[in-house]
Ligand binder design. Structure first.
Ligand code: SAM
Ligand code: SF4
Length: 361
């Protein structure tokens, strides 16, 4: 269902929508045991933001000065999170990713991981982190059942790290990465957000860093989710531009194919067989047509898209004695309302009210 620009074809989606409408019943997607939206997308993954706080202040995500973070009482408790995970897992969600803000700032995260790992139907638990606190927590997280880590590393250069994060200490991130490697996680990937005019010089050093450690590095395009609302089209350093730069340096890259069709990245092997690089291109090549993700914000909102302002308030239901059936209905409503895709770079696009750290990346 890719359109001419590689994005979602609304025409195709409309066709699927009609087909689904014919079989619509009161709770069809839950009754079938799975969460399928109007466009036939089956939802198998959930990103849970466990906190909105962070120990750094990346300009593409947070403001430099935050007026207020969520008070502790507004955060979903572990009991509440696990209840939502159970309901979603019973409807086919099997992949869980913990994120934030910086998820390692949530106290006792290992206890939450152990509880999620015990939920029937959950077969993958991953975490996205800025890496700084890994030396302190990675061992207990792994022992609790954490299998996969995505560690964000946009630069190896301290001055550039400070420009991006408004804090110092890229060496702390590197120490976190090396610590995690020593612990032997099932999978560790590096995420590098690419920004035109700022991180071009980082492309080759980051790739060399990842190749030396035999890690997959993925470049991510900058999306309009920054709290400062400074994003512009021309800040986007596209995956294609980076790939061309890498082919000049390392020779032709060979696409690896996708194990999972819902995976947002396209990965490549290097000609010499050492290491992999991937591209997540939500702006230049949207992958909404294969999206299988739901998001739970730290304050208990269910979101069906990063770019939607609609929030299904699970927390209020959870705290008012709602039954599982009530919660399922709200989840179904959210899935049913999912739009075919985002409209970044198209006329009429509105940046969501919440910035990335308030949703969960
Ligand atoms: N603090 C953790 C971290 O940085 O890895 C987890 C939360 S962070 C919001 C998750 C991911 O979102 C990071 O890899 C970060 O680079 C990415 N991200 C944040 N703002 C973004 C933006 N405006 N566009 C694209 N990716 C963004
Ligand atoms: Fe913090 Fe991650 Fe946002 Fe950077 S991207 S400010 S590390 S939450």
């Amino acid at each position: 269902m890719l359109g001419p620009d590689g994005g979602v074809s609304y025409l195709d989606c409309q066709h699927v929508l009609t087909a689904f409408d014919e079989t619509h019943t009161a709770e069809p997607r839950q009754a079938a045991g799975r969460l399928i939206d109007r466009f036939g997308r089956v939802h198998r993954s959930l990103r849970i933001s466990v906190i909105d706080r962070c120990n750094i202040r990346c300009f593409y995500c947070m403001p430099e000065h935050v007026d207020s973070f969520l008070p502790q009482t507004d955060l979903l408790s572990f009991d509440e999170i696990v209840r939502v995970v159970r309901l979603l897992a019973s409807a086919g969600v099997s992949k869980i990713r913990l994120t934030g803000g910086e998820p390692l700032l949530r106290p006792n995260l290992d206890a939450l991981i152990a509880r999620i790992a015990a939920v029937p139907g959950v077969d993958e638990i991953a975490l996205t982190t800025n890496g700084i606190l890994l030396p302190r927590f990675a061992e207990s997280l792994k022992a609790a059942g954490l299998q996969r880590l995505n560690i964000s590393l946009d630069t190896l250069d301290e001055a550039t790290f400070q420009r991006i994060s408004r804090r110092s200490g890229v060496d702390r991130v590197i120490a976190g990465i090396d610590h995690a490697i020593d612990l032997g996680f099932e999978q560790i990937r590096l995420n590098a957000l690419a920004i035109r005019g700022l991180t071009e010089t980082e492309i080759v050093p980051l790739v060399d860093f990842a190749r030396r450690r035999n890690l997959t590095l993925r470049f991510i395009e900058y999306m309009p989710l920054d709290a400062d609302r400074a994003w512009r089209d021309d800040n986007v350093l596209t995956g294609d531009a980076i790939r061309q730069r890498l082919e000049t340096q390392y020779g032709p890259l060979q696409e690896t194919g996708r194990d999972d069709p819902a995976q947002p990245a396209i990965d490549y092997r290097f000609a010499d067989g050492s290491g992999r690089v991937g591209f997540i291109n939500p702006v230049s090549k949207p992958f909404c047509n294969a999206c299988d993700r739901l998001r739970l914000t730290a304050d208990g909102g269910l979101r069906n898209c990063l770019f939607s302002d609609r929030n299904w308030d699970l927390r209020s239901l959870l705290r008012s004695g709602a039954s599982d059936a009530d919660l399922r209905n709200l989840i179904s409503e959210s899935v049913a309302a999912k739009e075919p895709g985002h409209l970044i770079s198209r006329p009429g696009f509105q940046q969501p009210q919440r910035a990335m750290y308030q949703i969960g990346g």
